[in-house]
Design a protein around this ligand. Structure first.
Ligand code: ZN
Length: 336
């Protein structure tokens, strides 16, 4: 079994990696009012599947940001959430390398709590998990937001630099653009982050066109790109990805559930096109606990069952994830 050799997940968001039962517990322990009184109704309300799709924008605007981010805000929720995600991924999927991403400014109740307290809570959650599961390695990626002002994003980069030695390993660009965002404004800030030892990744080529990926490559110079699936329709871009050795973090079920990819056939076309063109990629979860059967082992089974990747290929692309990780060492020792 592939999971015996240890799996790596390089693209998972804190908000969508917390199991609804944990949200349920956290919410009740803090007295939060939930939109559903019954657990199973809540579960149905927040989860997606390949048969219960939405668009990323709709899910972001109705559930992800207003509900799940709120429930995973505050020091208690952030610490518990981070701890549960890292330890749960190891227990259920045999994931022994996980890079967990989030925007700390989305977990402080709109600025009501101090950002350093939120970040420290996150790192405490990670340290507790690493102490309990010594075979696990983990790191935190801070997501900048395409809808934030440059000044707000700059604060996130400064915090990432500040906590670099404690487990913040990279910065990312996330959320959908409302027409205000330009990668070229971030060149200096990114250079500074890299100089300080951080790695850089960017969500791109998921729902937007490949122009965005070209810009990301030019101005961000990322080691990896989150999703990047639209490159399968741009030969020149695939050549560029190969030349620059950029690894695509493919998240199969999340792409189907959010309509970034139409169906299994399109997913198969995209992944086989990348293989034919020698584009490096790895398989990740993105939203493992919010998409039904979205855990990494389940996604591997899905790809195998639908003849998208065979056992050998799954092993090969898992090893690309292992070697493309930004985590600077093994287990807790990485930060000691
Ligand atoms: Zn993502």
């Amino acid at each position: 079994m592939i999971r015996d050799s240890g799996l790596a997940d390089l693209h998972a968001h804190l908000t969508t990696s917390i199991h609804p039962s944990i949200y349920w517990r956290i919410a009740h322990s803090q007295g939060f009012k939930l939109p559903k009184k019954d657990y199973h109704e809540f579960l149905e309300y927040v989860t997606l599947s390949i048969n219960k799709k939405t668009t990323m924008k709709e899910y972001f605007d109705t559930i992800y940001h207003p509900l799940l981010n709120k429930l995973s805000s505050g020091t208690y929720a952030v610490e518990e959430g981070t701890y549960e995600v890292i330890s749960g991924a190891y227990r259920s999927s045999g994931i022994n390398l996980i890079e967990l991403r989030n925007n700390p400014m989305k977990h402080n109740h709109e600025g009501q709590e101090d950002l350093d307290h939120i970040i420290m809570a996150m790192l405490r959650g990670m340290e507790r998990a690493l102490l309990e599961y010594p075979k696990v390695s983990a790191g935190i990626i801070f997501c900048l937001d395409r809808q934030f002002t440059y000044e707000k994003n700059k604060i996130i980069v400064e915090k990432a630099i500040k906590y670099r030695k404690r487990g913040v390993i990279a910065i990312d660009f996330a959320n959908y653009d409302t027409g205000m965002f330009h990668f070229n404004e971030y060149s200096d800030l990114i250079e500074k982050a890299v100089r300080e030892g951080l790695k850089v990744v960017a969500h791109s080529g998921e729902t937007d066109d490949t122009n965005d990926m070209w810009e990301a490559i030019e101005f961000v110079k990322p080691k990896r790109i989150g999703h990047g699936i639209k490159a399968a329709y741009d030969k020149k871009l695939m050549k560029e990805l190969v030349k620059k050795e950029i690894v695509l973090e493919i998240c199969p079920l999340s792409n189907i559930a959010t309509n970034a990819v139409e169906n299994v056939d399109e997913l198969r076309f995209i992944i086989r096109t990348f293989i034919e063109n020698k584009v490096k990629f790895c398989i990740n979860t993105d939203w493992p606990e919010i998409i039904k059967n979205g855990k990494l082992v389940e996604q591997f089974e899905f790809l195998n069952k639908h003849k998208i990747l065979d056992e050998e290929e799954l092993k090969r692309y898992n090893s690309i994830a292992l070697t493309s990780s930004f985590i600077p060492g093994k287990n807790l020792s990485a930060y000691l």
